[in-house]
Design a protein. Structure first.
Length: 291
């Protein structure tokens, strides 16, 4: 019998309760204050819109030196039927070691039985296996890069917000994207859409910076990962980080409440080989007018 989204979300909440009991100290387990309540509201009224994907971070102490390793978790609505998005990071790791750690972690998770909750298993694996990479990071970074050639991974995140208006917020978005060498766009208006593409750790850092501490009406709707043996720059759909502003009929700008023109936005997505994202963002299939 097919498993429903409702059943998957119930399992996700059970796993969160288990993790909270494992990491009760302040700062060990971090998630948005409205994350669990929004899922609970959906479970009470499953006919409504899906809640944002559950996302949280777990801070781990590894080895006798208690080196900090953070496990970032993003759960698709159908997890555990589909794999979670996991990313381990540590300031003590060079980028090459961090890529190796996450490649090994992904391989381990893919070897587990489909349909089983696996974040607790991922936590234990990171605690048991990070030390090897942390010890390697003490050696020469040049030697490490010569020993293992890790394929590059382009990470692309599609982020949806109820609205994006404020100039200081837009400045923060553009400054952060530039600093992290991310391409994509920010679409101003209601709703607002952001796309960033680049190295996974940079995209994750961008998502962390712009979301926290108090941007509530925002969610990561879709993530794409594309592996390459060459440069990830060859896989980018955007050549810079663009400022998009599509306004509907009439001058709403003075009221600071303008809605974006979905038709123009769909055309823009199709020009960048991303027309399929429209339905993921808005829940409806996009159609261009015949005019």
């Amino acid at each position: 019998m097919a498993v429903t989204v409702k059943e998957c979300l119930e399992l996700q909440l059970l796993e969160v309760e288990m993790l909270l009991s494992m990491f009760p100290k302040r700062g060990e387990f971090s998630l948005d204050a409205d994350a669990v309540p929004s899922i609970q509201r959906y479970l009470r009224n499953a006919g409504g819109a899906l809640p944002p994907q559950l996302e949280y971070r777990i801070a781990l102490d590894v080895g006798e030196a208690k080196v900090k390793v953070e496990l970032q978790v993003l759960l698709p609505h159908m997890y555990p039927q589909v794999a979670p998005q996991l990313f381990a990071r540590s300031d003590a790791l060079h980028r090459q070691q961090q890529l190796q750690l996450n490649t090994r972690l992904a391989s381990h998770i893919s070897s587990l039985d489909s349909g089983d909750l696996c974040v607790c298993e991922a936590v234990q694996w990171v605690k048991d296996n990070s030390l090897t990479f942390l010890e390697n990071s003490k050696g020469s970074s040049e030697c490490a890069s010569e020993e293992v050639r890790v394929k590059e991974m382009l990470h692309r995140m599609w982020i949806y917000s109820h609205h994006i208006y404020r100039q200081e917020l837009r400045k923060k978005i553009f400054d952060c994207a530039k600093k992290l060498n991310l391409t994509g766009f920010c679409l101003t208006g209601k709703p607002g859409v952001i796309c960033v593409e680049g190295l996974q750790e940079n995209c994750e850092e961008f998502w962390h910076v712009i979301r926290y501490p108090n941007w509530k009406h925002i969610s990561c709707k879709h993530v794409e990962n594309i592996e390459t043996e060459g440069s990830i720059d060859n896989l980018r759909l955007f050549h810079s980080f663009e400022d998009l502003q599509f306004q509907a009929h009439g001058d709403y700008g003075l009221r600071n409440d303008y809605h974006m023109d979905l038709g123009q936005f769909l055309e823009f997505l199709k020009q960048h080989q991303s027309g399929h994202i429209f339905q993921i963002l808005f829940g409806v299939e996009g159609k261009l007018s015949d005019n």
